[in-house]
Design a binder for this molecule. Structure first.
Ligand SMILES: NC(=O)C1=CN([C@@H]2O[C@H](COP(=O)(O)OP(=O)(O)OC[C@H]3O[C@@H](n4cnc5c(N)ncnc54)[C@H](OP(=O)(O)O)[C@@H]3O)[C@@H](O)[C@H]2O)C=CC1
Ligand SMILES: Nc1nc(=O)c2c([nH]1)NC[C@@H]1CN(c3ccc(C(=O)N[C@@H](CCC(=O)O)C(=O)O)cc3)C=[N+]21
Length: 283
């Protein structure tokens, strides 16, 4: 039986720190606020929004939402970004990605005020992840994966890490963060040949493919730590990961469940970044 790596154990310490920072800001009359921009009705966006809204409430952070239809124009989305940029009462912004295909995502991402870029959306912030320089904030989800590894004392030095997925939201920055932690990293994607045998070589396997159940028992081996980033909604309307949990869990050493794993840590990391952005501005 694998050890379950539980999000709530990781967020406990994080949440205490956030609460203390929120109290310090409120004493100075500052009400830390997250701005959310959602385009369309994607289920994983909506579940993140629900989680973030609840976590903001618990931690005393305010939340303002701008919701646009799936067929919103480039101008409408840019106008929403301009609005949050100009609003002094919003300290950090979450824009769900990927955006619908008809939009120019790069232009929208880079329109955001870098000071409010709490999820590493602008190229400037992303450069920090790749150069190792302290620019902006790292992306919340790969940071959440690292927080889980750190919390459970899983040392990456000299270990083989395999990341499944190469998006800029998760896969690529996760690979950079693992390199920083001295792992030897392989990144897989849809063109990878014989992914099961690549994945079986990993000591640490991070899965962010966005396909329910892609990682089956053929992808894993005893001794591994598996971090499942995937958030999918199954036929019964329940959240599930990218890992076929029931068949993988008996084989590996440690695994994050979905729900209850990476997602809940991501949400706290996000709220923590918003509070930190407000602190950088005022304290
Ligand atoms: N828990 C959390 O906090 C978060 C969860 N998520 C979830 O993580 C998942 C990934 O998100 P994101 O990175 O934004 O998704 P994207 O769709 O942007 O990227 C998916 C990546 O996985 C690769 N991929 C897809 N299918 C396969 C496959 N069968 N075999 C190998 N590689 C595959 C793609 O390869 P290619 O480049 O070749 O197309 C791509 O690089 C989603 O389920 C999302 O909801 C995302 C952010 C936060
Ligand atoms: N720019 C951008 N950054 C993202 O990080 C991003 C995104 N776009 N688009 C959508 C995906 C999906 N995603 C989720 C995170 C948490 C929950 C979630 O449900 N969290 C629950 C807990 C779920 C659990 O326990 O696993 C909570 O916070 O309480 C869901 C989905 C982020 N994503």
């Amino acid at each position: 039986m694998a050890k379950q790596l539980l999000g709530k154990e990781v967020t406990a310490a994080l949440n205490e720190r956030i609460k203390a920072d929120v109290a310090a800001l409120k004493e100075k009359g500052i009400n830390p606020t997250l701005g959310i921009i959602r385009v369309g009705e994607n289920e994983s966006d909506i579940s993140y929004e629900r989680g973030a809204t609840k976590r903001c409430e618990t931690l005393g952070v305010a939340c303002e939402k701008i919701l646009l239809p799936a067929d919103a124009t480039q101008e409408q989305v840019l106008a929403a970004v301009d609005k949050v940029n100009k609003d002094d009462n919003i300290h950090g912004v979450l824009l769900f990605r990927p955006l619908p295909k008809h939009l120019n995502q790069t232009e929208i991402e880079n329109a955001l005020d870098p000071a409010k870029d709490v999820d590493c959306m602008t190229d400037g912030s992303m450069s920090g992840v790749f150069t190792g320089k302290a620019v902006g904030f790292p992306p919340c989800t790969p940071q959440a994966c690292m927080e889980i590894l750190d919390h459970y004392g899983i040392d990456c030095t000299g270990k083989k890490a395999v990341v499944i997925g190469r998006s800029l939201v998760v896969g690529k920055p996760a690979a950079m963060m693992l390199i920083k932690k001295n792992a030897t990293v392989t990144v897989c994607h849809t063109r990878t040949v014989d992914m099961p045998s690549v994945a079986r070589e990993a000591d640490i396997l991070i899965v962010a493919a966005g396909r329910a159940g892609v990682v089956t028992k053929d992808y894993v081996a005893p001794g591994q730590t598996v971090i499942d980033v995937g958030i999918n909604v199954n036929a019964e309307g329940k959240l599930c990961g990218d890992v076929a949990y029931a068949e993988v869990e008996p084989i590996v050493d440690a695994i994050t469940p979905v729900p209850g794993g990476v997602g809940s840590v991501t949400t706290s990391v996000l709220v923590g970044h918003v509070v930190e952005a407000a602190k950088r501005k005022y304290l």
